[in-house]
Design a binder for this molecule. Structure first.
Ligand code: SF4
Length: 410
């Protein structure tokens, strides 16, 4: 070999070594070895065949969300809960909720579905995004094996009538569980007098299979389904899922590409695409936009978002501008001012959006629903309480002028 050949050989081996080193570093980053084997050997409830994947070279690629993680054997995706186990993509959180509660539906917040009703709400560990202000980071930014083994799940709501005071009170029963099957979720939701089930708190698309099976069963039993999501999901799984969803609540976190990349960990265009898919699939959806002072409160971005919604999704999509509170990695950012929230709401109303709300500001008139035609107040809210509902009582129409109000009212 001449001198040039030797230099080339050294260079090629160097590149090869560097690539091997980077690959092992990447794999170790997504796979804490001591816990991965523990899950697979100790609890068969914890993992389940995952949908939407394809085999590539000597690994699998997850096709659930736009990250499209390529996973060599033993590695996990960015969401921490989907992994390549012996050449198959599995999910590690099936039937493993980390948070189960009964909430007023207004807490989701969902305003155009059965106002004042109770919603059985479940979440599993993990998330495919990394919002720096996450309100639920204790469950969204952890591995499933880091969650506590057991939790209290509501299983029954008894209504008690006191003949002396003539008052009805509720007594909620709980049970300690380490897993909940889809059938149990549906059974407990019905026994707890809930009209619907919410897949919420963390990002539900990372427990897609659990949500899908539960939603399918819930629909058969007459319950409604609500997914509260950041919309970071690929079109195919989304289309497949919304067959069983009654309402999708999308957290549109801003309208600036850099903000999405730096503070959310995803691409804005993918979320816009998901919203267009929801529109095409004719599933009812609402949008919430949390306004974080100095980060996503730019007036021109906000105007651009409102105009895009109007043009592409229509004027009847309910949109919430919600108040940010300092949390997680953004404890140094102040809460959103009332003035900023009102400015955003006024921009959207002026642009012609019909149902514009202010969120996380209990008692503000922007919590209530008004008829877009005659402007009468139709649903009066105060925080999570419904003080009057003329829409549900009038078959989904304004009782003053007959305008149909979009939503699900019975
Ligand atoms: S859901 Fe997204 S983040 Fe998780 S493994 Fe699949 S592609 Fe990666």
């Amino acid at each position: 070999m001449n001198k040039r050949g030797k230099i080339l050989a050294v260079f090629v081996s160097g590149v090869f070594l560097l690539l091997s080193f980077s690959a092992s570093w990447l794999i170790s980053k997504y796979q804490p070895p001591e816990t991965f084997s523990k899950i697979f050997s100790s609890d068969s409830n914890g993992f389940h065949q995952a949908k939407f994947s394809q085999k590539i070279c000597n690994g699998v690629q997850c096709a659930m969300c736009p990250h499209k993680c390529f996973l060599p054997d033993g590695a996990r995706g960015k969401c921490r809960v989907r992994a390549n186990f012996s050449g198959s993509l599995v999910t590690l959180n099936y039937s493993k909720p980390v948070s189960v509660h009964i909430d007023p539906i207004e807490k989701k917040p969902v305003y155009h579905l059965l106002p004042g009703s109770l919603i059985y709400s479940i979440a599993s560990a993990g998330c495919n995004l990394k919002c720096k202000w996450c309100q639920n980071w204790q469950i969204s930014q952890i591995y499933p094996e880091e969650a506590s083994e057991k939790l209290l799940a509501p299983i029954n709501l008894k209504l008690l009538f006191n003949p002396l005071t003539r008052q009805v009170t509720g007594k909620l029963e709980h049970k300690e569980v380490s897993s909940l099957t889809p059938a149990q979720v549906v059974e407990y939701a019905i026994a707890s007098k809930c009209k619907s089930i919410a897949y919420t708190y963390s990002e539900p698309i990372i427990f897609y299979e659990y949500m899908y099976d539960t939603a399918k069963l819930a629909k058969e039993k007459g319950l409604k389904n609500v997914m509260v999501t950041a919309g970071y999901i690929n079109p195919e799984p989304l289309r497949e899922l919304v067959k069983y969803m009654d309402v999708v609540k999308v957290d549109l976190k801003g309208f600036n590409k850099k903000f999405y990349l730096n503070y959310v960990g995803g691409e804005l265009e993918r979320v816009k695409k998901a919203l267009l898919v929801l529109k095409e699939e004719k599933v009812f959806f609402e949008i919430v936009n949390l306004i974080v002072p100095t980060l996503n409160d730019d007036e021109s971005d906000m105007r651009e978002m409102i105009v895009w919604i109007k043009k592409n999704l229509g004027v009847n999509v309910p949109i919430f501008f919600s108040r940010f509170s300092p949390n997680y990695k953004l404890k140094n950012v102040p809460a959103t001012s009332v003035e900023t929230l009102e400015k955003a709401r006024n921009l959207a109303l002026k642009e012609g959006l019909n149902f514009v709300y202010i969120g996380n500001l209990s008692g503000h008139p922007g919590e209530s629903t008004y008829c877009p035609k005659c402007k009468q107040m139709l649903i009066k809210r105060h925080g999570y309480a419904i003080l009057g509902d003329l829409v549900s009582r009038n078959g989904g129409k304004c009782p003053y002028c007959g305008t149909k109000i979009p939503g699900i009212w019975k």
